[in-house]
Design a protein around this ligand. Sequence first.
Ligand SMILES: [Zn+2]
Length: 147
Amino acid sequence: MEEIIKKLDKNLRVIGYRYEGDNLIIDIESTTNTGICPSCFKQSSRIHSRYIRQIKDLPIQEYKVILNLKTKIFFCKNKECKVKKFSEQFDFIETHSRMTKRLESQIIKTSKSMSARASKEVINNGLVKISDDTILRLLKKNNNKNK
Ligand SMILES: [Zn+2]
């Protein structure tokens, strides 16, 4: 399990995991205690609080994977900065996304290789439960990127 998680980011560690129905829920957190303010780019190690982000990831065997990512909120210590608090950023998730980049690219790959109806089947049965809208949004985002 640790190995699969470390492929996302080597600074992640597994706190625990459990099976719920056809889901595998993995609790993870980063081992780094500093964050970079997205506004002034100064480093901070003063933690304000933590919260859980639910992120969908690639399935493991027949289980759909949900990552409960414990995310730190840091204070920005720079007095000139307009940001007081900011949350930890991760390279394997796009800002505001609810799934890992590697799951997104798998969905895009699947959708491109077959008809809309067939790909919806494959994605929902084998990869992750998501709506048509989400699939379309991902494809659109990907098309824009390649323009
Ligand atoms: Zn700042």
